[in-house]
Design a protein around this ligand. Structure first.
Ligand code: NAD
Length: 360
């Protein structure tokens, strides 16, 4: 017990002290557990930074993504001894297992499906950990969004980056609350049925309301924007491209529509799209994202319809679209910087991440 805590604490100090002594030359050693939709994107985003590096990625099965990981130059580890044989059979060279990788990592990005249950192992290995939005807040007791609560994560051992929908809501709500104050938010989450690669989930020819009301999204926002009044409902639709939110915000002041547009225009990680320019649906947004040339056609920014923003008195109405596979990626990078004491100023980290990932 003593040894475990000794190793754990000393590693935290190690990261902080070494950064202090060596400045920007020290890089945080990052492991990826689960190289799927989110894991492969986080791995690429870490690689694009100058203050962190990937020391290895972990998978359980020898899928095409495992072969891509090796082709992309990442050191590859099996989730456990029992999986190594399957990788050998497919000619995928493994450097060892997750256990071995955790010995050399400062922090592990847990991008496995929810409830995979690695918390005890990470604690035992004395490694920091970041989970994704599929997990409940209670797993780590600390949820993260860069704008909303970067400071809470500074030096923390474990955190969860909130889900794609929650990240989208925080990106547009936080600036409003910060500048003018929000009385109440009502949001309808129109959710994609599955990710584009996923041929198993649905619905494929139906619209399915989430009957638990309010939906979990509002409470999830409140884990990072504490004290906000927000209620949400959700509907799953037969589309794979993006989520769409219809949001109604009661502000604490009467604000002209132009001022809201001006505020979001000056806020990074939000972009405007316009119906009058032919962007009338999520289909055109993702087409434009592909045209931008970014890897995988990702859209890290939240897309707000400029001509769909309207304020009536103190009530703001808007629509925004969320690229569920990629919007959380910048937040994962900021969360690493905060937890590993690399940067205490959130705007410096946000700017650095934006620059490295070419985020608008
Ligand atoms: P995914 O299924 O695309 O990828 C998961 C990866 O983990 C796969 O490579 C799988 O082989 C591997 N894996 C499965 N079980 C494992 C285990 N026990 N140990 C090690 N590896 C294992 O899943 P995803 O969409 O990337 O989701 C990961 C997390 O990110 C979830 O919490 C999810 O809710 C969250 N998230 C997903 C999205 C999205 O739209 N896909 C958006 C935001 C957050």
């Amino acid at each position: 017990m003593y040894r475990k805590h000794f190793i754990y604490d000393s590693r935290k100090v190690y990261i902080g002290v070494n950064r202090f002594l060596h400045g920007v030359n020290m890089t945080v050693k990052v492991a990826i557990n689960g190289y799927g939709t989110i894991g492969k994107r986080v791995a690429d985003a870490v690689t694009a930074q100058d203050d962190m590096e990937i020391v290895g990625v972990v998978k359980r099965r020898p899928t095409f993504e495992a072969k891509d990981a090796v082709r992309n130059g990442f050191k590859f580890y099996a989730a456990g001894d029992e999986f190594i044989g399957a990788f050998d059979a497919e000619g995928i060279k493994t450097e060892g297992t997750l256990n071995d990788l955790l010995d050399i990592a400062d922090i592990v990005m847990d991008c496995t499906p929810k409830k995979a249950g690695y918390m005890d192992l990470y604690k035992q290995k004395g490694v920091k950990g970041i989970w994704q939005g599929g997990e409940k807040h209670e797993l780590t007791g600390l949820s993260f969004n860069s704008f909303s609560n970067y400071e809470d994560a500074i030096g923390a051992d474990f955190a969860r980056v909130v889900s794609c929908n929650t990240t989208g809501l925080c990106r547009t709500l936080w600036p409003l609350d910060n500048k003018w104050g929000i009385d109440n938010v009502l949001g309808v989450m129109i959710r994609r049925g599955a990710d584009p690669w996923d041929s198993k989930k649905g619905p494929i020819n139906a619209i399915e309301p989430v009957l638990k009301v309010p939906s979990h999204h509002g409470p999830d926002v409140m884990t990072v924007m504490k004290g906000l009044n927000i209620q949400t409902t959700a509907v799953a639709v037969p589309s794979t491209l993006m989520h769409l939110h219809s949001v109604i915000v009661k502000l604490k002041q009467n604000i002209p529509t132009e001022d809201v547009i001006d505020l979001w225009d000056k806020t990074s990680r939000i972009i405007f799209v316009e119906g009058k320019e032919g962007i009338k649906s999520t289909a055109q947004i993702m087409e434009q994202a592909k045209d931008s040339g970014r890897k995988r056609g990702d859209l890290f920014e939240i897309a707000v319809w400029k001509d769909g923003v309207h304020v009536v008195g103190d009530t703001l109405y808007y629509y925004q679209a969320i690229h569920q596979e990629s919007d959380v990626i910048p937040e994962n990078i900021d969360c690493i910087r905060a937890m590993c004491n690399v940067e205490t100023d959130k705007w410096v980290s946000i700017e650095k991440t934006n620059k490295a990932l070419n985020v608008r």
